[in-house]
Design a protein around this ligand. Structure first.
Ligand code: UTP
Length: 407
């Protein structure tokens, strides 16, 4: 091994990566050296941050545009949104690069069948929801899909095999997100094979830089796109490129918008949209004090009452402006498959290490403003996160049924 690479391993306490080196073929040796050379060693400094991004500023509540108010101006908002969609200004951006480890399903999450008596794949359900808007607007909504190295081929093949569930494939664009190394609890880099480190998708905050790197920004501009509606793969009830939401953001002169739901209870584990030093920001449930969670306004309403559901609208030129800014890196605990020093593969049932992720919610704080737009939880929020219990396959099925979706 090259001296400078060996020195790096020593400096960062990673000499265990040499354990198989001498027995590797030349190709394997080269591959491993390349990974060591190209690794973002700067990430190691995040490990000392105690898992929390650098301190928050002054937090204040941010009220939402509530369901009642939206209802009153529904026609006006919807007309404005439909006009933007018709003129090609709005694109959908599906964040499907995650590994969905909590669900414990082997394939890409979107290929999961949520149906009971018939097949209904998560991707299918999301595409159907978008097709409703396509029909209403009479125009195709460009549909970008972010995958990762781990699920790219499978995602593409699945959608092709299912004929994109009726979507016009000329308007579907795939791109891959970047990867980051993973570590065990002793902060040692994990290995996937004898000549390869474990690399995991680098979080959903990396989407815009991956979007640019893959030439998608250029493509979006050619299509005349001005707004990107980024959303998670796992909320099977969400409305995508929702004309009323788009129109409301436009009418209120905002540069971004976030769909939010009223919290189920003050201590619900969701990120809350608020103001931080006068700018929009999302405060995580574990960053809220009990006092904040229960604080009320003069009308008796909770002040921090609106949780985000990972459905955001961003003005694309604003995203370009912040593209060079550094995002906080979160160190998150996950289940990570790896090989041990004997070369035996392990697929842990419990979290066993750390991944480095940037998060889309941190992008909101980089925006000048953000329209907090309330949606009815029971009609628009059915996340499939866990195998069972809260936010699980069963709870999502119940919510789909309650909304008249045949399963
Ligand atoms: P989650 O926060 O649920 O993460 O992602 P996850 O990695 O998919 O799932 P767990 O925590 O391992 O169970 C929310 C959304 O962000 C996407 C996911 O695909 C999902 O749509 N995501 C997450 C990415 O696109 N890339 C990532 O690196 C992480």
């Amino acid at each position: 091994m090259k001296n400078e690479n060996r020195a790096l391993l020593e400096k960062y306490g990673q000499t265990h990566l040499l354990q198989f080196y001498d027995k590797l073929e030349e190709d394997g040796k080269d591959a491993l050296e390349k990974q060591i050379e190209e690794l973002d060693w700067g990430l190691f400094s995040c490990l000392n941050n105690d898992n929390t991004p650098s301190g928050k500023g002054k937090i204040e509540p941010l009220g939402a545009l509530c369901v009642d108010e939206i209802e009153k101006r529904k026609e006006e908002y919807t007309a404005a949104g439909l006009e933007a969609i018709r003129t090609g200004k709005v694109a959908a951006l599906l964040l499907a690069g995650g590994q969905g480890t909590r669900l414990g399903y082997a394939g890409p999450k979107g290929t999961f069948n949520i149906g009971v008596n018939r097949k209904l794949y998560i991707f299918e359900q999301l595409i159907r929801n978008t097709l409703d808007v396509v029909e209403q607007a009479g125009a195709w909504v460009p549909f970008f899909i972010m995958t990762s190295e781990k699920n790219h081929e499978e995602t593409m093949a699945f959608l092709k095999e299912h004929n994109y569930f009726g979507y016009n494939s000329e308007y579907i664009f795939f791109f891959k997100q970047s990867m980051a190394p993973s570590l065990d609890y002793d902060k040692r880099l994990l290995m996937e094979t004898k000549d390869r480190l474990v690399f995991s998708p680098n979080g959903n905050g990396g989407w815009f830089s991956s979007f640019m790197k893959a030439g998608m920004l250029k493509k979006a501009k050619e299509l005349g796109v001005e707004w990107l509606n980024a959303f998670a793969v796992d909320n099977v009830l969400q409305r995508i490129a929702d004309p009323c939401f788009v129109g409301a953001v436009l009418k209120h002169g905002c540069v971004s918008g976030a769909k939010v739901v009223r919290k189920a209870d003050p201590e619900e584990r969701v990120g809350v949209l608020c103001l931080e030093d006068g700018k929009p920001s999302i405060i995580e449930y574990y960053e809220m004090t009990k006092e904040m969670s229960y604080a009320k306004d003069k009308n008796g309403e909770y002040l921090y009452n609106f949780g985000v559901i990972l459905n955001y609208l961003f003005r694309m030129d604003k995203l370009e402006q912040i593209a060079e800014q550094k995002m906080p890196v979160h160190v998150v605990e996950k289940k990570i498959s790896y090989i041990d020093p004997d070369g035996t593969a392990h697929m842990p049932a419990e979290p066993n290490g750390y991944k480095f992720e940037t998060l889309i919610l941190d992008m909101v704080h980089m925006m000048d403003n953000c329209l907090s737009y309330e949606v009815v939880r029971e009609s628009e929020f059915a996340p499939v996160k866990n195998k069972e219990g809260v936010d699980s396959i069963d709870t999502a099925r119940e919510l789909l049924k309650a909304n008249g979706v045949r399963l």
